[in-house]
Write a protein that binds this ligand. Structure first.
Ligand code: C5P
Ligand code: MG
Length: 286
């Protein structure tokens, strides 16, 4: 059915159940399907050439427009809060206020750096960001069949939109909800618009008023793509879900996090920098 599921990176706890969901999504037809995806470390790569790839925030943090002092402070925040973000021994309730703290502090620091709207394209071009191998096929397939792709990101919307624009895949079926920058009349960053989206509030609470899912209420089959335990609630706003297939990229601390990921995601992809499995499933369904 889907030969890509034989890849060594694939782990599935309940294979028959997964096959059942995939068959059912196919039977419902492509007009019922929507894809809901995280961005950083899900559509973009976690590592490349033995090094970490940047998140949309890191692209700004590391760019030439940030002062040396600003860079150091942003890096200190990352080193303090990232281990908390992925700690399998802390509850989401414990993590939530700390994530708000991280994002708030980082956005304050970035807002002091006089970042110009007009510099964003160049900042992205000069960064090491990479989309996962196979991104072209993914975006092209979804566009060809007019299947909505909803990117729900706790990263920086202006940056991630520029990444997919430069990759020539920002098609009309792609919608983004994320943290967006606000600029003054001179095009200088002053603050980030609300509501703040962090790793662990990616649910209905920040989608109020966007009406996005209501318009898609007939799209009752969902493929959800994420890399964090916080990504599992991204489809909560969909009014009636008939079939949902959750695919999780397990990028970091693989051994420690495996159990939780296998409990929560239908398919877990361990240290897999490609979209092969997602593309294989879509090829079968479409
Ligand atoms: O797109 P996604 O929801 O994955 O974006 C959030 C990611 O950005 C988090 O996984 C977090 O590690 C990262 N982040 C960062 N710098 C910040 C805040 C979050 O790199 N200041
Ligand atoms: Mg992510």
């Amino acid at each position: 059915m889907v030969p890509e599921l034989e890849k060594a990176t694939v782990r599935i706890r309940q294979l028959e159940r997964v096959m059942g969901i995939i068959r059912s999504i196919k039977a419902q037809g492509r007009n019922k399907l929507q894809v809901i995806s995280d961005f950083d470390m899900t559509l973009s790569r976690f590592g490349c050439n033995g090094r970490r790839c940047p998140t949309s925030h890191n692209i700004l943090d590391n760019s030439r427009v940030i002062s040396e002092d600003g860079k150091k402070k942003l890096k200190d925040l990352l080193h303090y809060y990232y281990p908390i973000e992925i700690d399998p021994n802390r509850t989401l309730e414990e993590k939530r206020p700390l994530m708000v703290e991280w994002w708030t502090r980082a956005h304050e620091l970035l807002s002091q750096q006089k970042i110009q709207k007009g510099d964003i394209a160049q900042i992205v071009r000069e960064s090491d960001v990479m989309l996962r191998d196979g991104f072209h096929e993914l975006f092209d397939q979804l566009h060809k069949y007019n299947i909505p792709l909803f990117i729900f990101s706790a990263g920086v919307g202006d940056i991630l939109e520029e990444i997919i624009r430069q990759a020539n895949v920002f098609y009309s079926n792609v919608n983004v909800v994320s943290n967006y920058m606000d600029f003054d009349d001179n095009g200088v960053l002053t603050h980030f618009k609300g509501p703040l989206i962090h790793t662990y509030n990616k649910n209905n609470s920040v989608l109020q008023g966007t009406e996005y899912f209501q318009q898609l209420s007939t799209r009752t089959s969902i493929i959800l793509l994420g890399d964090s335990m916080g990504d599992l609630t991204m489809a909560d706003g969909v009014p009636s879900v008939e079939n949902i297939l959750k695919i999780g990229f397990l990028n970091d601390k693989v051994e420690e996090q495996r159990g939780k990921y296998l409990d929560a995601y239908d398919i877990v992809l361990e240290s897999d920098e490609t979209l092969d499995v997602v593309n294989g499933i879509l090829r079968y369904i479409l």
